[in-house]
Design a protein around this ligand. Structure first.
Ligand code: NAD
Ligand code: UFG
Length: 346
């Protein structure tokens, strides 16, 4: 099977690229590198010892997407490309609708033109909002609180309509919980530009001394230690979930939705504690007020993915923290570390 991975140089896309190649698929990456690095593609090549075709492409552009489909004729698409920062989406909502909806529309048009019938889409637990009962199941009511979340929900609706009109297609939306960790080699990982929005890269940068302390957003939630609870899932497990979905999609039709998480929740303080154990470093923190819009608790019911896709997360919180720390230590400035080294050796 030949799989087009949009956003394949990004955090989840690069890990999925590696797992797909190791599962025997041929892949093609298309990315505009707005939030990623060419070094990631180079590293995918070195982990898998495979030539990976890669297009520098803005997927909002119809002629660009058409050219990729005309040249590559993929059997399936995994669509990761898009913008993903909640705070930024409040400041720049139009950019979020433009990139997220725009690229999805072009991909769907090209899939129709080139008779490509198997699509896996990156959705998010954010579509459940903050009020759902936990663990949350896929049929819970959807509720969004910011433009980013609304793009995810709108795209799910777009996909449902598309599936209704073209029943020969198989469209799968995967709702990710909180991916953290990195490839066990330490060659690829999460490489946020600027100050990290998410907790795991923030903690590793504090442990490494790049930042002074972590701010814990609230310790007055109704949880055992008062801090927020999330379902952290190893990015390699998440990547394997895509392989399960794309394989299943090759043999069926319709629109399907799955939660991808571990099924258990971890508090911010428990996460800090685990990072401290695996790194042996101090992780200073201060408690600050709650971050607006944050849910107290979010964790998945993963029984549907287990039952229908035969997928279950296998790696532990310790694995996630150890692999994040390994990536941080080997790449103190993320992918820029490699470029800095190359410049220094000139
Ligand atoms: P990422 O930013 O690392 O990867 C997204 C990639 O898409 C980047 O490489 C970026 O350069 C590319 N891109 C953005 N706009 C593009 C465009 N118009 N054309 C071509 N490429 C474009 O993010 P990620 O964490 O790997 O997330 C991948 C997907 O998963 C996103 O759709 C995100 O919304 C979703 N998701 C992520 C999380 C998370 O916590 N990381 C949680 C739930 C859902
Ligand atoms: N947190 C802190 N300090 C920080 C960052 C986060 O205490 O510096 C806390 C948050 O309050 C929350 C937990 O750590 O309790 C996790 O926060 P993240 O920002 O890492 O993750 P979120 O659950 O807020 O959001 C993530 C993605 C969203 C996605 C959502 C559901 O960023 O895009 O998971 O999948 F929608």
């Amino acid at each position: 099977m030949k799989v087009l991975i949009t956003g394949g140089a990004g955090y989840i896309g690069s890990h999925t690229a590696v797992e797909l190649i190791e599962a025997g698929c041929r892949i093609v990456i298309a990315d505009n590198f707005s939030n990623s690095s060419l070094v990631a593609v180079k590293r995918i090549r070195s982990i898998t010892e495979t030539e990976v075709p890669c297009y520098f492409a803005d997927l909002r552009r119809e002629e660009t997407v058409t050219r990729i489909f005309r040249n590559e004729r993929p059997d399936a698409v995994i669509h990761f490309a898009g913008l993903k920062a909640v705070g930024e989406s409040n400041e720049h909502p139009v950019a979020y609708y433009d990139h997220n909806l725009g690229s999805m529309i072009q991909i769907l048009k090209a899939m129709r033109t080139y008779n490509c019938r198997n699509l896996v889409y990156s959705s998010s637990a954010t579509v459940y909002g903050g009020e759902a009962e936990m663990p949350v199941m896929e049929d819970a009511a959807l509720q969004t609180t910011n433009p980013y979340g609304r793009t995810k929900k709108m795209i799910e609706e777009m996909l449902m309509d598309t599936s209704g009109a073209y029943p020969e297609m198989c469209i799968t939306a995967l709702r990710y919980f909180n991916p953290i960790g990195a490839h066990r080699s330490g060659l690829i990982g999460e490489d946020p530009l600027g100050i990290p929005n998410n907790i795991a890269p923030f903690i590793t940068q504090v442990a490494a001394g790049r930042r002074g302390y972590l701010q814990i957003f609230g310790n007055d939630y109704e949880t055992a230690d008062g801090t927020g609870i999330r379902d952290y899932v190893h990015v390699t497990d998440l990547a394997k979930g895509h392989i399960a979905a794309i394989n299943k999609g090759a043999g069926r039709n319709g629109y399907h939705v799955y939660n991808l998480g571990t099924g258990y929740g971890t508090s911010v303080l428990e996460l800090v504690h685990m990072f401290r154990l695996v790194s042996g470093k101090r992780i200073p923190y201060v408690i600050t007020p709650r971050r607006p819009g944050d849910a107290a608790v979010s964790f998945a019911d993963t029984s549907k993915a287990e039952r229908e896709l035969g997928w279950k997360a296998e790696l532990s919180l310790e694995d996630m923290c150890r692999d994040s720390w390994n990536w941080q230590q080997k790449n103190p400035a993320g992918y820029r570390s490699e470029m800095i080294m190359e410049v220094e050796t000139l």
